[in-house]
Design a protein around this ligand. Structure first.
Ligand SMILES: Nc1ncnc2c1ncn2[C@@H]1O[C@H](COP(=O)(O)OP(=O)(O)OP(=O)(O)O)[C@@H](O)[C@H]1O
Length: 651
């Protein structure tokens, strides 16, 4: 994992010259681990009970849980075969099945006959289990495509029949008698035999016993339900007991196996230890190194799962905090804007009052000046008439009144202005405080965003740095060769044999371009956080690599959608300056060609310096908008098409 600062580059390779190792490694690794995991449970749980008519079996019937996909398939096969032998509706058929032992089909009185079929299991060396039976001297089996067909002869040399026609021995009969004291066709229903390495064929019997069961109260259904194994594994009470068993028997590495044994033994670790000793004896003393490794690996997986869960919770909590802060920030910003507007209004009022005040003072001083300049007509020079004199006194009085009124108004206005100034000062102080608070919240927000990003990328790393997805293309012309038992598995049916492949995710033929893109979205986000990411399409010619990566105008592929998302993230993060550059190159017949060069045909060389691999002269085109991307990519596409046409003509 490298951090690359601000430079992001998405290199898309188109051709299938990419080493196959990449895919094969992850496939074989996963498949191998699954095989190891499944073997004990496939064998131990190989008991299916399918009941066409429960009543016909009475109280003794056994309902075993088939916990494995393969077991399911076998049970299904058997059911299909039984249907093949089924009679019309008026016939009751009671069936007791054990696919490792024998199967009896009892037909009631209306048929007046008993039909007994012996079922056999054939274990192919690739792990496929075939359930066969013999009809008219021919060994048959149920094939998913063709129904019931003769068992292919070529398979005989590729595997072996297990527990073929194992008749229960005397001991089994004795136990049966002791326990039930009954006889009849149900006699061996719980009896079977099983091959134990080192011990040979060993008789088994299903005992009915009371055991403690750990349940939880499910408030949705209002019922007490059995805890799934994985949940139970995380309970301190259980963990402690599992550790006790592990400490005593380090060679027992399968966590699930210990848990299952604990369940069986009433959660008594001593009993579990005794049971394992009885089963495996001295071989328990030898501790193969790889078992210890695998044990610590299992522990690591649980630990990682817990970490992922914690990280997820932390991430959610941070996101909630961030949302609150974002709201608070927004609120403070609005308050700040409001205060600024209010301050501006008040400032205008103050300015207006001040100019009015100045104007008023001017008027007063003008008035005084004029009144002092008015010549005092002396009694000697101007004989003052009585009326004029009275008029002047009246006017002087009025002016005095006016003057006093103006003084009152001026004093009032001045105190008003003082108050307003005080308000403005308070507002300014508040605004500074809010600004400070805003800065603090902004810093906190940035810190939280950074932490969220780190947690997010940590989560991605924990989920696995290399993820292999498989997209299956619709092909209406060909029959159904693929089955999809889960989101992560593909079952390939080839000439009657089935092979299971496991991926991080399987996209069914009906999955859309959006679905596939959704799968890649998390790593696009990591790319914007400065991590190197690579999305690679690999597959047979015509399998849909170009369609998935490029798509068309109506259904754009992963490339266009990813860069669209990158552009969106870059625009959202205003404070960071991102540069997005595109390079396109093609590898064909061991030759590298720069698809964005001027002539579209420049050959390139690969060089390495330390751990860095680069191609000197590879064109990098900067893109700013989605249109730029489309133009650049269609230029690359055009050069690619032209080049391949040329090559075709040359051949
Ligand atoms: N999921 C799909 N849905 C619809 N059409 C598809 C799908 N996948 C592929 N196709 C179509 O199948 C054809 C072959 O696909 P595409 O060219 O993508 O294969 P390719 O793996 O890139 O082949 P090559 O290796 O020869 O370049 C194209 O016409 C494409 O439109």
């Amino acid at each position: 994992m490298y951090t690359t600062g601000e430079k992001l580059q998405l290199i898309v390779q188109f051709h299938e010259e990419v080493p196959k190792l990449f895919n094969q490694y992850s496939l074989s690794e996963k498949h191998a681990s699954r095989d190891n995991e499944d073997l004990p449970s496939a064998v131990l749980n190989g008991f299916a009970s399918t009941l066409a008519d429960n009543n016909s079996i009475g109280k003794q019937r056994t309902q075993s849980k088939v916990e494995d996909d393969e077991d399911d398939e076998v049970a299904e096969d058997i059911e299909q075969m039984v249907q093949h032998f089924n009679r019309p509706e008026d016939t009751e058929v009671g069936v007791v099945l054990s696919f490792q032992g024998s199967v009896r089909v009892r037909v009631t009185e209306s048929f007046q006959e008993d039909v007994s079929l012996m079922f056999e299991s054939f274990l192919h060396r690739n792990g496929t289990l075939y359930t066969c039976f013999t009809q008219n001297g021919t060994r048959m089996y149920f094939d998913d495509e063709n129904g019931i067909v003769p068992f292919p002869e070529e398979l005989y040399g590729e595997g072996k029949f297990i527990n073929t026609q194992n008749k229960p021995d005397k001991a089994a009969g004795d136990i049966k008698q002791d326990i039930n004291g009954s006889s009849g066709y149900l006699e061996n229903e719980r009896t079977s035999s099983f091959y134990i390495p080192g011990k040979g064929m060993t008789m088994t019997y299903i005992f009915e016993e009371r055991t403690n069961v750990c349940k939880y109260f499910d408030s949705d259904s209002g019922a007490w339900l059995i805890l799934p194994l994985l949940w139970e594994a995380n309970m301190d009470f259980i963990k402690h007991r599992v550790e006790q068993v592990k400490d005593a028997l380090p060679s027992i590495t399968d966590y699930k196996e210990i848990l299952a044994a604990l369940r069986l033994c009433n959660y008594d670790p001593d009993e579990v230890i005794s049971m394992f000793y009885a089963m495996f004896g001295d071989s328990l003393a030898a501790i193969p190194e790889q078992n210890i490794e695998s044990m610590s690996f299992t522990r690591d997986v649980y630990e990682k799962e817990r970490q992922i869960e914690n990280l997820k919770n932390q991430l959610e909590e941070r996101e909630r905090d961030l949302e609150n802060m974002r709201l608070k920030c927004k609120h403070l910003e609005e308050e700040k804007d409001h205060l600024i507007r209010r301050t501006e209004v008040l400032q205008n009022q103050v300015d207006q009052l001040q100019s009015e005040h100045e104007k008023f003072l001017k008027e007063i001083s003008e008035f005084y000046r004029k009144s002092s300049e008015t010549p005092n007509p002396g009694p000697s020079t101007l004989p003052l008439k009585k009326e004029v004199f009275l008029k002047l006194i009246k006017e002087a009085h009025e002016i005095n009144v006016c003057n006093n009124q103006l003084r009152v108004v001026a004093v009032h206005d001045l105190s008003d202005m003082g108050q307003q100034l005080k308000n403005v000062q308070n507002l300014m102080v508040n605004m500074k405080k809010s600004n400070h608070e805003l800065e603090e919240i902004r810093a906190l927000y940035q810190r939280e965003t950074l932490e969220r990003k780190l947690l997010y990328n940590q989560l991605q790393e924990l989920r696995g740095n290399i993820r292999v997805f498989c997209r299956c293309r619709r092909d209406d012309g060909k029959g159904e060769h693929l089955a999809f038992p889960s989101d992560e598995d593909i079952l390939v049916n080839h000439n009657g044999s089935k092979k299971r492949f496991r991926f991080d995710k399987v996209f069914l033929p009906q999955c859309t371009q959006e679905d596939v893109y959704e799968g890649t979205l998390p790593i696009i986000k990591s790319c914007a956080d400065g991590y190197n990411v690579c999305i690679l399409a690999y597959g047979q010619t015509g399998s849909g690599k170009t369609y998935t990566m490029m798509g068309n105008d109506q259904r754009p592929g992963v490339n266009i959608r990813s860069i669209r998302e990158l552009l969106r993230i870059c625009q959202e993060r205003e404070r960071i300056k991102y540069t997005i550059k595109i390079s396109m190159l093609e590898i064909y017949n061991e030759t590298l060609r720069d698809l964005l060069s001027q002539n579209g045909n420049t050959q390139l060389e690969i060089r390495s310096q330390g751990k860095t691999i680069f191609m000197p002269g590879l064109t990098e085109t900067e893109v700013l908008t989605e249109n730029d991307i489309k133009t650049t990519m269609s230029l690359g596409e055009k050069n690619r098409t032209v080049a391949s046409t040329k090559m075709n003509t040359e051949r």
